[in-house]
Design a protein around this ligand. Structure first.
Ligand code: GDP
Length: 371
């Protein structure tokens, strides 16, 4: 029986009957895991996510999330909002600032390990603060961390301790920001607590939560990841997603460009240098991702001819389901980063007139150079 069994990854109650719903685990896998001791049970979705970096969406009713978010406004707690430093727009929980009410928020920028060393951390936090303000969030503090490397976890815990003032702590985030990895890193850091992870249900919802007891009787509460459909993770298959999500420190790739040249970022995006003085364009994307330079006058033909093959991902097979491309023009007054959410950024010279082509729904924006 799966009566009181919960996935330690997402907190969902395990079930063996409906594979389209949260907490599904094939009966045979469950039996095997139980036979092996059954201390760390994962639903199929979390298992795949952990072992194959494969995203398998469980459809979640938007209504249910609204109920969850409403629950946040009703508690007296510290809210920790985990975001991905590569994908702020894909990390935004719509309306979060309204739901948190008067509760203080700490913004955690995860995946800092893939930022090149030359990137000034202060500039990253300044940018995150501006982005947060733009969506109405006023965080008390911003902390960059790497959940995978365990960077700045003690600093984050100290910050949480300072801001929570005896209250419970709720972790919220969209899926793929690394919230689960971060919670695991915190459990590891606060050694010994591992055995004490418990689960319970949010009142009035079908959503489960994971509670990690703190010394003073309060709790760290991990909420289910909210699915945000504007993420690049939702338009790429698992293998491609792994290819575009930087796994280690990015090596900047520098191109000396004159007006009338184009850079393709595989088949995912295209940066046209329309006019302006010649200068360097520096690309910060996954080290394995193809960056290809052509003449702008040939770019449309090249794109049509090679997309799905030379310019992949996406592959030819995936192109059918891929969102259409949209274009946006930028002319930053100073050297700036053009950010393509989830993919990376390109540092461009001031006064360059640049047209960016990116998949519809994927956020594109400009910020002052991080370097
Ligand atoms: P969740 O859906 O927010 O719980 O996200 P997960 O914890 O499952 O992580 C999503 C993906 O991001 C996984 O592929 C992780 O390996 C990756 N990830 C998580 N934390 C980090 C990090 O600190 N650095 C890097 N480079 N990747 C991370």
């Amino acid at each position: 029986t799966t009566e009181d069994l919960y996935c330690i990854g997402c907190g969902a109650k395990l079930q063996t009957t409906d594979k389209t719903q949260a907490g599904f685990i094939p009966a045979s896998a469950l039996e095997k895991q139980l036979a092996d001791g059954g201390e760390k049970l994962y639903c199929q979705r979390c298992f795949r996510l952990r072992h194959y970096n494969e995203i398998t969406d469980v459809p979640v009713n938007a209504n249910t999330f609204t109920q969850l978010l409403n629950a946040l406004g009703a508690v007296d707690a510290l809210i920790v909002n985990v975001v991905d430093v590569f994908d702020f727009s894909g990390s935004v929980i719509p309306g979060l600032h309204r739901f948190v009410g008067h509760n203080p928020v700490i913004l955690v920028g995860n995946k800092a390990d893939v930022l090149p060393h030359s990137v000034k951390r202060r500039r990253v936090t300044d940018w995150l603060r501006r982005q947060a303000h733009a969506v109405g969030l006023r965080p008390e503090a911003i902390q960059l961390v790497s959940a995978v490397k365990g960077w700045q976890i003690p600093e984050l815990l100290a910050l949480i301790e300072k801001e929570r003032r005896g209250r419970d702590v709720y972790f919220v985030g969209t899926t793929n920001t690394g919230k689960s990895t971060l919670i695991n890193a915190i459990i590891k850091e606060t050694a010994g607590v591992q055995d004490l992870v418990t689960t319970s249900r949010f009142p009035g919802t079908t959503l489960d939560r994971i509670e990690i007891p703190l010394d003073d009787g309060q709790k760290l509460i991990d909420t289910p990841g909210i699915i945000q459909t504007q993420q690049i993770a939702h338009i790429l298959s698992g293998k491609d997603l792994k290819l575009v999500s930087p796994q280690k420190e990015m090596r900047p790739r520098v191109f000396q460009l004159t007006a009338g040249q184009t850079l393709f970022l595989a088949g995912l995006a295209r940066i046209d240098f329309v006019s302006g003085p010649a200068g360097s364009f520096t690309v910060y994307v996954d080290n394995e991702l193809l960056v290809h330079r052509t003449k702008l006058s040939n770019a449309d033909d090249f794109w049509m001819k090679h997309r799905g093959e030379l310019l992949a991902p996406p592959s030819t097979a995936e192109l059918a389901d891929f969102p259409p491309m949209h274009q946006e023009e930028f002319t930053p007054p100073n050297r700036s980063d053009i950010v393509i959410a989830g993919l990376g950024w390109v540092n461009v010279p001031g006064h360059a007139v640049v047209t960016v082509h990116a998949p519809q729904g994927i956020g594109v924006g400009v910020r002052p150079s991080l370097i």
